[in-house]
Design a protein around this ligand. Structure first.
Ligand code: UDP
Length: 343
């Protein structure tokens, strides 16, 4: 298929692009490179100069630099005979979304609606959307099934839910086919360490802990120890980025016109912040100092997925389900690229 990938130079997007290419799909990446990295896009995705010179494998290839808010640019990039859009471009920090919600509404809601409008304009009828466990809020049951009430407690989760709702109405009114994938905590890196996680500033737990293991930061701050969990710290379900990538391909192939799919993506096992730090100490053999800090606004105490639905319906089977392996692959990336893509 010809696949248009927004945010394809970012952490999760770049792992999906790589898998799409390995599976024989043609890919165009649309990314403003504000958080993504040119070097994260495989060389099989040719640049625009190569396209103009006719040196691409198809008319649908290329890395297009552009912003979701730029409608004209978006329409130009999307006009290439695409079968499907995968939409990763988004801001994704819970803490920041509580301090600067406007940034999140603008990009994650308004930008996504512009993308949906451009898709209608050029006639692209299917989309795989990166949603989040943050749409559930504080869960009533663990593990969380897809039909659990969605009542976000942070602006990030709310913006993801807003676009999920738009997709449902667009499916009914315009025949759009979609799959919304609710990620739990993406972590890890490609096992060959060619690509990995590189945010600036970094706020996600696994890379923060590994930066402390490398001595790039003095200590890890544990955001709150008074949660109603066995050790008082928040529990999350960590899922390998390559397993997420696989789910996108399965979901893309299952989409039908006018219908919506929703799947959780996690491993069904929860680990506390303290357990993640302990795991990283074991995997890296480094000390990793940690201090207790105040809780972060917008954090639910526990998020653990039931991914039974995607396993049953699409045959999704994670290859790297255990936390040690997830942390090991991330560690390989961080050790070989201590300065991320600047190396
Ligand atoms: N966390 C922490 N210290 C950090 C970063 C994160 O204690 O430096 C906690 C955070 O409060 C949450 C968990 O680790 O409970 C996972 O946070 P992350 O930002 O990685 O992902 P999120 O769950 O927010 O998507």
């Amino acid at each position: 298929m010809n696949v248009f990938v927004t945010g394809g130079a970012g952490y999760i997007g770049s792992h999906v692009v790589r898998l799409l290419i390995e599976a024989g799909h043609r890919v165009r990446v649309y990314d403003n490179l504000s958080e993504g990295h040119r070097a994260a896009v495989p060389s099989e995705v040719p640049g625009r100069k190569a396209q103009r010179a006719g040196r691409t494998r198809s008319g649908a290839g290329g890395l297009f630099e552009g912003d979701l808010m730029d409608e004209a640019r978006l329409a130009e990039a999307l006009d290439g005979g695409f079968d499907c859009v995968m939409h990763f471009a988004a801001h994704c920090y819970v803490g920041e979304s509580m301090e600067n919600p406007q940034k999140y509404y603008r990009n994650n809601v308004v930008g996504s609606l512009r993308l949906a409008a451009a898709m209608r304009k050029v006639g692209v009828g299917r989309i795989v959307f990166s949603s989040s466990a943050a749409t559930y809020g504080v869960p009533r049951e663990i593990p969380i099934p897809e039909d659990h009430p969605q009542q976000p407690i942070n602006a990030y989760g709310q913006t993801k839910l807003d676009f999920e709702h738009a997709l449902a109405y667009y499916a009914g009114a315009y025949g759009l086919g979609y799959a919304t994938l609710r990620y739990f905590n993406a972590a890890g890196a490609a096992p060959d360490a060619a690509i990995g996680e590189d945010h600036d500033p970094e706020t996600h737990l696994v890379p923060v802990v590994l930066q402390a293991a490398l001595g790039q930061r003095q200590r890890v701050e544990i955001y709150g120890t008074g949660y109603p969990t066995p050790d008082g710290t928040c529990i999350r379900d960590y899922v390998h980025v390559c397993d997420l990538a696989q789910a996108h391909i399965l979901a893309m192939e299952a989409i039908e016109p006018g219908k919506g799919l929703a799947y959780n993506l996690g491993n069904g096992s929860g680990y506390s912040v303290r357990e993640v730090i302990e795991t990283a100490r074991r995997v890296t053999g480094r000390e990793i100092p940690a201090d207790v800090a105040p809780p972060r606004p917008g954090d639910p105490p526990e998020l653990v997925a039931s991914s039974e639905k995607i396993t049953r319906e699409l045959g999704w089977k994670p290859q790297y389900p255990d936390l040690d392996t997830i942390v090991e692959t991330a560690w390989r990336w961080h050790q070989s690229h201590p300065d991320g893509y600047r190396d």
